[in-house]
Design a protein around this ligand. Sequence first.
Ligand code: 3PG
Length: 322
Amino acid sequence: MKTLDKAPIKAGTKVLVRGDLDVPLENGKILETKRLDNMEKTLNHIIQAGGIPVIMGHIGRPKGEHVAKLSTKHLLPYFDKHLGKNNYELLENTRFDPREKQNDPTYAEELSKNGDLYVNECFSTSHREHTSTVAITKYLPSYAGYRLKKEIQVLQGVLKDPQKPMALVIGGAKIEDKKPVINNFLDIADYILLGGKVGLEWGDTLIENVHTPIDYAKDTLDIGPKTIAKYAKILAQAKTVVWAGPMGKYEEDDYIQGTKGLANSLKKVKERGGLVIVGGGDTVAAINKVGLLNNINFVSSGGGAMLEFLSKGTLPAIEALK
Ligand code: 3PG
């Protein structure tokens, strides 16, 4: 896989960047810019080399139709401010075209006409075999952006050579999505701590390093105080922690204690020079809600993409760059 630093960008080279544009919007205002901020190094590199980034990507799930509130036009003020009005181009939401999700060669060819080179700077959608992430690589010389490269490096490090002891924390819902990660970490992690609905859904299967809650808050909507104490003690001693999925229904203040207790214990890991990785919109929102994002060293931009990378060690759009 070639990275952006190897791309032959000269004055006027158009670089088609598959960006991470899927940010939350409300009445056309961007509520959280982190994903766009993550693209800064790549976009600046292109501009400084004399090239023109032609940014494309999706927002939301418009189902192949034009949905005005999901237009990339809402991102123009952000890019004007950060890149300069005449220094870039921005294409419309790729998912307004039904062919985006079909990994379609004709759409890929059409998109490729907008650039001389292609850069994938969208880790969070790299688990999708879509036109703008996979098929496009057949039509242009293709490179990985700096943020994509960083995500791969950090997550690969955890899979191949984590500092021990290592703990994997899995919460949220949908055990079927999380099982492949849990299975892949049975031999990697010293502790696998389950909470949220996943904790309830795990059932009676006994595996030495897999821990399920020993008590719950009211209506099982959060882990209970004994579980918080047990998990926090384990985490405080860990050197590597990977966390996906909140411990309870964090949207309600009554059920955020589990997530808060665990996030608090991570301070010690970071202070000791350990690595704490968190991914997924809900997990990040929950930790942010209790003001403890400072305890995390690496916030992955991917939710589903991070889980799939952690279960398989690669993603379709990463393979397409090879
Ligand atoms: C995300 O928000 O995780 C990415 O933008 C992928 O979105 P998707 O789940 O709609 O493909």
